[in-house]
Design a protein around this ligand. Sequence first.
Ligand SMILES: *Cc1c(COP(=O)(O)O)cnc(C)c1O
Length: 231
Amino acid sequence: MTADTLADRWRAVRARVDAACRTAGRDPAEVAILPVSKTHPPTAIEQALSLGLHRFGENRVQEIRDKAAALPGCDIAWVVIGHLQTNKAKYVAQLASEVQSLDRMDLAEALQHRLEIEDRVLDVLVQVKTSPEPSKFGLPPEKLIAFLTALRDFPRLQVRGLMTMAIQSDDAQAVRSCFRDLRRLRDQAQEQGFELPRLSMGMSGDFELAIAEGSTEVRIGTAIFGARQAL
Ligand SMILES: *Cc1c(COP(=O)(O)O)cnc(C)c1O
């Protein structure tokens, strides 16, 4: 049977996440789902809102601006998950509730500055590069502790944890080792006094492996909203 409405797909994803938690001996309440609405129109977000969803992951700041304008009065928490240019910090400070792709100092500086102007604070996750693919963004793992230490001087950025994208591969062990690396990095950082409860890892194609390695949040686009639309 194919699940072909948004409500069906949402329920099917939640059931798969819950099953993966049970297989891993984890409480399903420990793993949140971030619906990734990038490329999908405001009408898809309206449908998701009617299912009780209200946090949405987006890659492009301009798309958040357009969608926020198309959905006035909706109580939406926009989560930036894509590579972020420093010159977009102003709009992020105005519109986003969270950034999961913080990966460098000049971006932290720009966000801190713009958040002061807006008198806001932002939850952030540090994106770490766990995959050798050159196309992937993220902080090199060996720089994590120094970066977390430096972020202590940016009080408008509330660091909650780490994010990664695994290697794109059919080799489940290679994918899983990216997730394991992120969890170990988090554990090491926590031993050094950094509080990092959240691990955002896992997408439509690999979230079961991420949950087995300790993910607290899976970012799901295709499995909820269907194939991405051309922009
Ligand atoms: C697009 C995207 C996702 C969701 O991808 P799907 O494979 O469609 O679930 C998750 N994380 C990031 C960073 C993305 O860019």
